[in-house]
Write a protein that binds this ligand. Structure first.
Ligand code: G1P
Ligand code: ZN
Length: 577
C-alpha cells in the first residue's frame, strides 16, 4: 500500500460558514473537491504523528463514500487512529462527547445539519478541535487560506474499509476502530439526568392541572388553556405519553436506545427512527413547518403530553406540549430557571450564554439567579471559549439549539431529556411550566422570518440599506415603538480577545423590543435573509397568546424600514418559526 501524491488545483469557494463547509452533493462530488478540503484541514491542524481523530456523520447521501476518502487521506497524513462510528453514523453531540471522553486530537463530522440530503441535496464537513467543539475562526480561516493555495493531497492506495461492525482494522499504519455510536453518549446522559424519575414519569405520568393563577384570559383557538382535552386523560396513574420524531435522521438510534430501551417509553414513541440517506425526502429541521408528522400528532385530538424532534445531525431540538409550542428562546430560559432539578446541574449554573438574535428571555433568568449572561454572534463555535473557561454552563440559540458544557456542541436529545427531567420533578404540563415562567419573568414574544434563496445582491442590498439608515433610524418613532439605537453587532471574545464584526443589524427599541436582520452563513443556494422579531410583554395574563398577532406591529416596521419587499420581490417569508 503506497501513498499517492495527487496534484490538484484550488477551488475558490471552500470558505467554512457558520458551521463548516456546506455545499450541494454535486459540488462535493467534483473531482478533488472533498480531497482538497480534507487536505487543507490536515495541513492546517498540524496533528502530531500518530494522533487520534474521531469520524462519523449523520448518514446522509455521500456519507459512506466521504468516509472512505477521509480514512485513506488520514492514513496518508500520519494519523495513528480513527475512532469511527459504526456504519459511519455519529450524531454531532455524540462526536463531541467521544472527542472529549477519549481526549482525541479532534474530529471530523460529516453533515449539512438540517439541510435536505440525497443526490441533489446538501453535504457538509466540519472539523472539531480537542475540546469537542467546532473549530474556532482562526482555525477555519487557516483551512480556507490553505484551500486557496493547495497544489497536492495525500491518499493511501488501499481497498475500502468495512465499517458496519464494531471492531478494529488496519489501514496502512493507521488503526480504524469502529465503535457503537450510541453507548458513550447514552452513558453521559445517564450521568446528567435522573433516569429513575423519568422512567417513573413515563410509567405513571401523574401531572397536575395547570395553576389557575397563571391562566390567560385571552385564549388562542389553537391552543386552549387552561383545560385542554388532553389534561383530562392525565389523571393520577395514567401514562405520560411522549412522541419523539427523529425525522429519519441520525438521532433515531439514539432516541430508540435512550427513550424506549433505557427509559421504558413504549415502542413506537420514537417515530421516523431509521436514518435514511435522503431523510425520507424531507427537510430534517425540527420546526413547526418541517416536523409536520410530529406537529399533526401534537396538535391532534389524542395528543401526547410531550413531543420533540431533532435535526439531521441530532444537535437541534424542538419541544412541544399538547397543542403547545415552546420557542427555543423560552426553552433555554426554562431550562436555566429549572436547571438544579437535574442531578448534573444541581450545583447551579456558572453563567449562561445566548446568540445575539436569541430572545432575552434567558437574560431575565440570569438576572434573577445573579449569574452572568453572555451575548455572542450566531454559531456554536462562540460558546466554546466561554465553556472552556468555566464562564457558562448553559447556552442556546433561537434556531432550535440548546446545550451545556457536558459537550461543546448543541445537543438535541440532551434538551429533550432535560425537559423530561423537569417534567418528572415538577409534575406539571409543558404548557403550565412555560406559562408559570412567563408569569414570573415576563414574556419575550418571539418569531423568526426566513427569506430563503434570494438573489445575493438583493439580500445584501437590504442589509446595506439598513446600515445606511442607522443615523435617521435612531430616535425614530413607529406607533408605540421608539428606536433606542441600531448597530451592526460585533463581539469581543472575553476569553481570547478576538473580535468578530458584521454579525447582524440590530434595531433596538426603548422598551427592549428588537428587530434583527442577518444573512445566513449555512445556506447553499443564493442568500437567506433572516428577520428576528422580539417584543417584551411584562403582563402575560392578558395579552394575546399568538406570537404572530402580538408581533404584527414589529413585522410591519421591519418590512417598512428594510424595503424588503421592494428590494427582493418577496411578499412572504419562506419559513416562519
Ligand atoms: C443557522 C442558525 C444558527 C446555527 C447554525 C448551525 O445558521 O441560524 O443559529 O448555529 O445554523 O446549526 P445561519 O444559517 O443563520 O448562519
Ligand atoms: Zn444540526
Amino acid at each position: 500500500m503506497g501513498i499517492r501524491i495527487v496534484s490538484t488545483r484550488p477551488f475558490s469557494d471552500q470558505k467554512p460558514g457558520t458551521s463548516g463547509l456546506r455545499k450541494k452533493v454535486t459540488a462535493f462530488r467534483q473531482p478533488h473537491y472533498l480531497e482538497n478540503f480534507v487536505q487543507s484541514i490536515f495541513d492546517s491542524i498540524a496533528a502530531p504523528k500518530g494522533a487520534t481523530l474521531v469520524l462519523g456523520g449523520d448518514g446522509r447521501y455521500y456519507n459512506r463514500e466521504a468516509i472512505q476518502i477521509i480514512l485513506k487521506m488520514a492514513a496518508a497524513n500520519g494519523i495513528g487512529r480513527v475512532l469511527l462510528g459504526r456504519g459511519g453514523i455519529l450524531s454531532t453531540p455524540a462526536a463531541s462527547c467521544v472527542i472529549r471522553k477519549y481526549q482525541t486530537f479532534g474530529g471530523i463530522i460529516l453533515s449539512a445539519s438540517h439541510n435536505p440530503g440525497g443526490p441533489d441535496g446538501d453535504f457538509g464537513i466540519k472539523y472539531n478541535t480537542g475540546n469537542g467543539g467546532p473549530a474556532p475562526e482562526k482555525v477555519t480561516e487557516a483551512i480556507f487560506a490553505r484551500s486557496k493555495t493547495i497544489v497536492e493531497y495525500r491518499m493511501l492506495d488501499a481497498a475500502d474499509v468495512a465499517f458496519d461492525a464494531v471492531g478494529e482494522t488496519s489501514l496502512g499504519n493507521m488503526k480504524v476502530q469502529v465503535f457503537d455510536p450510541v453507548s458513550d453518549y447514552a452513558e453521559l446522559m445517564e450521568s446528567l439526568f435522573d433516569f429513575a424519575a423519568i422512567r417513573n414519569l413515563l410509567a405513571a405520568g401523574d401531572i397536575a392541572q395547570p395553576d389557575a393563577q397563571t391562566s390567560c384570559t385571552e385564549m388562542s383557538p389553537l391552543r386552549p388553556f387552561p383545560q385542554s382535552a388532553g389534561y383530562a386523560s392525565n389523571v393520577s396513574g395514567a401514562r405520560f405519553h411522549i412522541k419523539f420524531d427523529a425525522m429519519h435522521a441520525v438521532n433515531g438510534p439514539y432516541a430508540k436506545e435512550i427513550l424506549e430501551r433505557r427509559l421504558g417509553a413504549p415502542a413506537g414513541s420514537v417515530i421516523n427512527a431509521v436514518p435514511l440517506v435522503d431523510f425520507g425526502g424531507g427537510h430534517p429541521d425540527p420546526n413547526l413547518t418541517y416536523a409536520h408528522d410530529l406537529v399533526e400528532i401534537m396538535y391532534g385530538a389524542e395528543a401526547p403530553d410531550f413531543g420533540a424532534a431533532s435535526d439531521g445531525d441530532g444537535d437541534r431540538n424542538m419541544i412541544l406540549g399538547q397543542r403547545f409550542f415552546v420557542t427555543p428562546s423560552d426553552s433555554l430560559a426554562v431550562l436555566a430557571a429549572n436547571a438544579t432539578l437535574a442531578p448534573g446541574y444541581e450545583q447551579g449554573l456558572a453563567g449562561v450564554a445566548r446568540s445575539m438574535p436569541t430572545s432575552a428571555a434567558v437574560d431575565r433568568v440570569a438576572q434573577a439567579l445573579n449569574i452572568p449572561c453572555y451575548e455572542t454572534p450566531t454559531g456554536w463555535k462562540f460558546f466554546g471559549n466561554l465553556m472552556d473557561a468555566g464562564k457558562v454552563t448553559l447556552c442556546g440559540e433561537e434556531s432550535f439549539g440548546t446545550g451545556s458544557d457536558h459537550v461543546r456542541e448543541k445537543d438535541g436529545l440532551w434538551a429533550v431529556l432535560f425537559w423530561l427531567n423537569i417534567l418528572a420533578a415538577r409534575r406539571l404540563s409543558v404548557e403550565s411550566i412555560v406559562r408559570e415562567h412567563w408569569a414570573k419573568y415576563g414574556r419575550n414574544v418571539y418569531s423568526r422570518y426566513d427569506y430563503e434563496g434570494l438573489p445575493t445582491e438583493a439580500a445584501q442590498g437590504v442589509m446595506q440599506h439598513l446600515k445606511n439608515n442607522f443615523a435617521t433610524l435612531a430616535g425614530a418613532q413607529f406607533g408605540k415603538y421608539t428606536v433606542k439605537y441600531c448597530d451592526d453587532f460585533s463581539y469581543t471574545d472575553p476569553v481570547d480577545g478576538s473580535v468578530s464584526t458584521g454579525q447582524g443589524v440590530r434595531i433596538i427599541f426603548t422598551d427592549g423590543s428588537r428587530i434583527v436582520f442577518r444573512l445566513s452563513g449555512t445556506g447553499t443556494e443564493g442568500a437567506t435573509l433572516r428577520v428576528y422579531l422580539e417584543a417584551f410583554e411584562a403582563d402575560v395574563v392578558c395579552h394575546h397568546l399568538d406570537a404572530q398577532v402580538a408581533l404584527a406591529d414589529l413585522i410591519g416596521i421591519a418590512l417598512q424600514i428594510s424595503e424588503l419587499k421592494l428590494r427582493t420581490g418577496r411578499e412572504q417569508p419562506t419559513v416562519i418559526t
